[in-house]
Design a protein around this ligand. Structure first.
Ligand code: PEP
Length: 242
């Protein structure tokens, strides 16, 4: 069975004062059945990992470099993330693909570096609105999957997140049928049938249960709603109940 995972992506949000949200989350959900992960900005990774010690909360990075170390000003290696307490790293998020011109070849190289550092790579794929309107959603998503997931990836070192670009941070979500169509196609295409498949894009307490009821949805990658313990906690509870 794929592992269930509720993963939060804080993006470029969060100051030390916001760690209180994580204290509240841990207190409210001391023993969830699903994995509970927050990927804060790099500045909060080590303090959040310290805070999470002895709890079920996992912490992760939002990106990593392909190299282990070297002259790469402003970048972080997968080893550095692991050293700071990360267990996962998000790679190929559409904001990095768009803002930093990251292509699937680079995402695959980063995923390989992450796996070699002992991290689980959360590899994001998803179509733009124009691609959906053109009827190329499955072609785009399966192409990104093929090119972004390195050889040797398995359920122990890789999670796939389907995130339609037009649903991220917009409050718009695909229909359940649209999510199911993509997740069913991903399940048939992943190199390991046990690989967890997350849905991401405007997941909230109000829509989580319906999304988690779909056969090939094993959890969520959550942006805005992961910033508040009460909202993310409700999503965790919905995943536990699914
Ligand atoms: C994301 O950034 O991965 C995301 C899914 O954001 P949101 O939940 O805010 O749409």
């Amino acid at each position: 069975m794929p592992c269930k995972l509720a993963a939060g992506n804080w993006k470029m949000n969060g100051l030390r004062a916001d760690l209180d949200e994580m204290r509240a989350l841990i207190a409210a959900h001391p023993d969830p059945d699903c994995g509970m992960l927050i990927c804060p900005p790099a500045t909060l990774l080590a303090p959040m990992a310290d805070l999470a010690q002895g709890s079920r909360l996992l912490v992760g990075g939002q990106d990593c470099h392909t190299a282990k170390s070297g002259a790469h000003t402003g970048d972080l290696s997968a080893d550095m993330l692991a050293d700071a307490g990360a267990r996962h790293v998000i790679l190929g998020h559409s904001e990095r693909r768009a803002d930093h011109g990251e292509g699937s070849d680079l995402v695959a190289a980063k995923a390989r570096a992450a796996q070699e550092a002992g991290l689980t790579a959360i590899i994001c794929v998803g179509e733009t609105e124009a691609e959906r309107d053109a009827g190329t959603t499955l072609e785009v998503v399966l192409g990104q999957l093929r090119e972004s997931v390195p050889d040797g990836s398995n359920a122990g070192n890789t999670v796939i997140a389907y995130e339609p670009v037009w649903a991220i941070g917009t409050g718009r979500t695909p229909t359940l049928e649209q999510i199911a169509e993509v997740h069913d196609a991903l399940r048939a295409a992943v190199p390991d049938a046990e690989m967890s498949l997350l849905y991401g894009g405007s997941v909230k307490p109000g829509n989580a249960a319906d999304i988690f009821a779909l056969a090939n949805v094993d959890g969520a990658l959550v942006g805005g709603a992961s910033l508040k313990a009460s909202d993310f906690g409700a999503i965790i509870a919905a995943l536990d109940a699914a």
